[in-house]
Design a protein around this ligand. Structure first.
Ligand SMILES: *Cc1c(COP(=O)(O)O)cnc(C)c1O
Length: 358
C-alpha cells in the first residue's frame, strides 16, 4: 500500500542531518526543533496557532477537553471513519451521535448532520476523509448558527486547504503513512483563536502554564523533538508529495474510469489522495481483493465496519444506509508519492484482467 523507504532514500541527507542536530543539541523534549516546526506549519497553513502533541488521537482528545463540555454531551460524528474520533468522544464520557456520509465523497455532509441534529447536541467532529475535505464552510455556518463547536479531523487531508480562517479546532496526525508523516508518532492541533490555543497548550502539558502549578486536569502529550525535526524537512516537500499523489490518481482515473463495475473517486474539493478508494459491487469486492493479492498487489478496506456496529461503540438503533453500503464496497489501491507509472500500469492491467472474467 505504501513504500516509506523510497522517500527516506530521496531525503536521507537532509533528514539524517536534522536528526543529528537534534541529538547534538540534546533537546529531546520541546526546544527549538518543535517551535520551529510549529511555526513552519502555521505559515504553510496560514493558521495562527499550531500546537504539537503526541499523535492524532491525542489531538482529538485535547480538542474535546478544550471545549469544556459536560459528561454526557452529544457529539455528531460520521459513522464511516477511522475510529479515533468516536473513541475519544466515548473516552471523554460523551455520546457519539452517528451521521451518515455522502456515498460519492465518503464525507459527512450538512444534510446528514441536519438529519441527526437535536437541541442537546453540543458539538460536531467532521472528518476530512481520504484526502478530500468535507464542504466545511456550510458545516461551519451551521455550527455557528446553532452555537455549537466544530472540530475538524484533518489527519488524512493536510495541505488540501491552505487558508483556514474558521474559528474551529483542526487536528492532524503525523503517523508515518500520512501525507505528512514523521518517523514515529506525532500530531498537532491548530486554531486561529488565541484563547483556545493557550488552553490547548495548557491541557497538553498536564494542565499547567507555570511548572508545578496545575490549573486544571490535563494530559501529557508532546510532539517529540526528533519527529519535529524530520517533519520540518518533509514539510518543504509536502506540496510535491501531494502533486505526485494527484498524478498517480489521474493515472488510475484514466485507466479505470471505463470499467463500468468500478466507481473511481469523485472529486468535489481539492483531493490530496491520502487514499485512492474505489467503490465496487459488494459481490465482487472481496474477489477483486484476493485476485490482486495473488498478483502481489496489496489493497485495503478502509473501513470494513460502521462505527456503530463496533462492539465497543455499539448503537443498535443506528442504521445508516450509505455507511453500510460503503463498508461492503470500498477498496483502496496502493498510492504514495513515489509510486511509478510501471507499478500503476501493472495494477490497472490486473484490475482489467479481473473484470474481463467477472
Ligand atoms: C490516522 C488518523 C487518526 C489518528 O492518528 P494517530 O496519530 O494514529 O493517533 C485520527 N483520525 C483519522 C481520520 C486518521 O486517519
Amino acid at each position: 500500500m505504501v513504500n516509506l523507504k523510497e522517500q527516506y532514500i530521496q531525503l536521507k541527507d537532509e533528514i539524517d542531518q536534522a536528526i543529528l542536530e537534534c541529538l547534538n543539541s540534546c533537546q529531546f523534549i520541546g526546544g527549538p526543533a518543535v517551535k520551529q516546526f510549529e511555526n513552519n506549519l502555521s505559515k504553510y497553513l496560514s493558521i495562527n496557532h499550531v500546537i504539537g502533541c503526541g499523535n492524532g488521537t491525542d489531538a482529538l482528545e485535547i480538542a474535546l477537553m478544550a471545549l469544556n463540555l459536560p459528561k454526557g454531551s452529544k457529539i455528531i460524528v460520521p459513522a464511516f471513519t477511522y475510529i479515533a474520533p468516536v473513541e475519544v468522544i466515548a473516552l471523554m464520557g460523551m455520546i457519539p451521535v452517528y451521521a451518515d456520509v455522502d456515498p460519492d465523497t465518503f464525507n459527512i455532509t450538512l444534510e446528514e448532520i441536519e438529519k441527526v441534529y437535536t437541541d442537546d447536541v453540543k458539538g460536531i467532529v467532521a472528518v476530512h476523509l481520504f484526502g478530500q475535505p468535507c464542504n466545511t464552510d456550510e458545516i461551519y455556518k451551521f455550527a455557528v448558527k446553532k452555537n455549537i463547536f466544530l472540530i475538524e479531523d484533518n489527519a488524512q487531508s493536510i495541505g488540501a486547504e491552505k487558508k483556514m480562517e474558521r474559528n474551529t479546532i483542526i487536528t492532524t496526525s503525523f503517523f508515518p503513512s500520512k501525507n505528512l508523516g514523521a518517523y514515529g508518532d506525532g500530531g498537532a492541533l491548530m486554531t486561529n483563536d488565541d484563547k483556545l490555543a493557550k488552553r490547548i497548550r495548557i491541557i497538553a502539558n498536564h494542565g499547567q502554564q507555570e511548572r508545578y502549578y496545575h490549573e486544571e486536569i490535563g494530559i501529557n502529550s508532546r510532539l517529540d523533538a526528533i519527529q519535529a525535526a524530520v517533519l520540518s524537512v518533509k514539510l518543504n516537500y509536502v506540496d510535491q508529495f501531494i502533486a505526485a499523489r494527484q498524478k498517480a490518481a489521474d493515472f488510475y482515473d484514466g485507466q479505470l474510469k471505463n470499467i463500468l463495475k468500478i466507481q473511481t473517486p469523485v472529486r468535489v474539493n481539492t483531493h490530496t489522495f491520502h487514499q485512492y478508494t474505489l467503490k465496487i459491487k459488494p459481490v465482487l469486492r472481496d474477489g477483486l481483493k484476493s485476485f490482486l493479492f495473488d498478483k502481489g498487489i496489496d489493497t485495503a478496506m478502509y473501513y470494513p465496519v460502521p462505527c456503530y456496529k463496533q462492539q465497543a461503540y455499539l448503537d443498535k438503533n443506528a442504521r445508516l444506509p450509505n455507511t453500510e453500503l460503503l463498508c461492503s464496497s470500498v477498496l483502496s489501491l496502493p498510492i504514495y508519492p513515489e509510486i511509478t507509472d510501471d507499478q500503476l500500469l501493472y495494477i490497472c492491467n490486473c484490475i482489467k484482467e479481473f473484470f474481463k472474467n467477472n
